[in-house]
Design a protein around this ligand. Structure first.
Ligand code: NDP
Length: 490
């Protein structure tokens, strides 16, 4: 039987980077079977042994940083230096997950309260078994590894389906793991198109799916998971807002805003897409932004649009923005496939597609607001809620705004900085998805809490869970609960 294959292509040059099998449902089934066996071995290892192996994996990735970055560059078109940055952040997360798994997930005693004073109680977080990871192409190392590292550290085996645009990177990540952990296939990659991912999501032996991609596909994956009650963690992108307050360092804000919007050609789930600037500093901020934008070029500072079909979305949003707003830099002519030069448009109505839908391109809309409160209200009036940024010199005010921003994370006086802090959870609200990767929450996302209560001695005259219980015992219980809980505070 011939195996169907597909090519991964360098979006900048059209060169074929690699050819990979389109793994069918039976092939995915076999991978999950191997993963189930490996999961048993991996979960039974002492935490210190798992940690040592994961730190070895980290070392192997680090030793292969340059060739891996080169492969990312070829499959996505992004500059190699950007690929290096992505891999370095991945290494930091893997290190954190490996070192903190036992502390976060390990067995601990918990308080039992007065009514349970004859009990002892323990809580621990056990592995789920096989975790399926369905990954994107925009950060083909950092994003899926945000799930894979934490799932492995929590004691699970992983079957990873990379995007069809970056299968080579996905295959390499599993090969490097096998170099560090040769004993069992604890981490496997299956390649293919959407149906390969669908087979993974539909396998009842997969105990959780970690999905990153579009909101529409997340819904399809969730529907496939519903048949087996398979839980999912969904990271579905965003429409992140960037707020510039009156007392912001405008040069720093413009610099961060541009990098957040244009780096990786804007193909970043927490990329800057909407900018809200308070009236007082609008003109000077726009001067800084235009000055800096004049120095940034597609094909030099950032790469091509990785997914050809995305160019249509970007074009539609630019047309929409320019028709209804005022182009400050660029316009429809900025799209010269596969590259898109920076586009900045101001005064675009808030109900237009360019402001409401994820663009995933190097474009921003900018709007003047009365004050920071209005900026926050507009920022929050989005179906998405992944990240966001606030620039202000007033620490207390910025923290207040950050806490009120409807998003999973907010950076103050920097962009996207939260994604590089391994102890911070990452994920969104609304159409940006649910569940968390990274940090202690990311470890617990791939584990199931196991609660155990043990009776240490029988409470004399208080055997409440017995048919031999008498009226006196219930009376004593009522008296006790009244003393403990029956008094109002005011
Ligand atoms: P998709 O949501 O279509 O794909 C994401 C992943 O899901 C890929 O691995 C894809 O495989 C897989 N997949 C597709 N269909 C199914 C299915 N039925 N069951 C299981 N898995 C499936 O995203 P795209 O890559 O097509 O990008 C589309 C849009 O998504 C972008 O324009 C952007 O707005 C957003 N996006 C957001 C990302 C983020 O970081 N949150 C990352 C990437 C995209 P395959 O590649 O083989 O189709």
């Amino acid at each position: 039987m011939t195996t169907l294959t597909f090519d991964s292509v360098n979006p900048a040059t059209g060169e074929v980077v690699g050819t990979h099998p389109r793994q069918s449902a039976p092939a995915v089934h076999d991978a999950v079977t191997r993963a189930e066996e490996a999961a048993g071995w991996w979960a039974a290892l002492a935490p210190a042994d798992r940690r040592r192996r994961l730190l070895d994996y980290k070392a192997v990735i680090t030793q292969n940083l340059r060739p891996l970055a080169e492969l990312v560059h070829r499959e996505t078109g992004k500059p190699t230096a950007d690929a290096v940055l992505e891999i370095v952040l991945t290494i930091t997360h893997l290190d954190w997950a490996a070192r903190n798994a036992e502390k976060v997930l390990g067995r601990r005693r918990v308080a039992t309260g007065l009514i349970g004073l004859n009990l002892s109680a323990t809580l621990e977080y056990l592995p789920l078994g096989v975790v399926g990871v369905i990954g994107p192409w925009n950060y083909p190392v950092f994003t899926p590894m945000g799930s894979i590292s934490y799932a492995l550290a929590a004691g699970n085996a992983v079957v990873f389906k990379p995007s069809e645009l970056t299968p080579g990177v996905g295959v390499r990540l599993a090969e490097l793991f096998a170099d560090a952990v040769p004993e069992h296939p604890v981490f496997q990659t299956v390649t293919g198109l959407g149906e390969t991912g669908a087979a993974l999501a539909g396998d009842p032996r997969v105990k959780k799916i970690a999905f990153t991609g579009s909101t529409a596909t997340a819904k399809r994956v969730m529907a496939a998971c519903a048949d087996n009650l398979t839980p999912i963690v969904a990271e579905c992108g965003g429409k992140d807002a960037f707020i510039v307050d009156a007392d912001a360092d405008l040069r720093a804000a413009a610099d961060a805003c541009l990098w957040g919007a244009l780096s990786n050609a804007g193909q970043t789930c927490v990329g800057v897409e909407r900018v809200y600037v308070v009236d007082q500093v609008y003109e000077p901020f726009m001067r800084e932004l235009k000055d800096l934008a004049a120095t940034v070029k597609a094909g030099e500072h950032y790469g091509p649009i990785t997914m050809p079909a995305q160019l249509d979305v970007i074009m539609r949003h630019i047309d929409d923005a320019v028709k209804n707003g005022k182009a400050v830099k660029g316009g429809p002519e900025s799209v010269r496939a596969p590259y898109v030069d920076p586009v900045i448009v101001e005064d675009v109505p808030e109900d237009s597609a360019a402001v409401r839908e994820e663009t995933f391109g190097p474009t921003i809309t900018v709007r003047r607001t009365k004050d920071a409160q209005e900026a926050l209200e507009l920022a929050n009036a989005s179906a998405y809620g992944l990240g966001g940024t606030i620039f202000s010199r007033d620490t207390r005010g910025a923290l207040r705004l950050a806490r009120l921003m409807r998003s999973g994370a907010t950076a103050i006086n920097s962009v996207i900085s939260f994604a590089g802090v391994p102890s911070l959870p990452f994920g969104g609200v609304g159409d940006s998805g649910f569940g968390r990767i990274h940090g202690a929450d990311g470890l617990r996302e791939f584990a199931r809490p196991k609660a155990i209560s043990r009776q240490r001695f029988a409470l004399p005259g208080m055997n409440l869970t017995s048919f031999s219980r008498g009226a006196g015992e219930v009376e004593r219980l009522i008296r006790m609960v009244t003393i403990l809980h029956g008094r109002r505070k005011r």
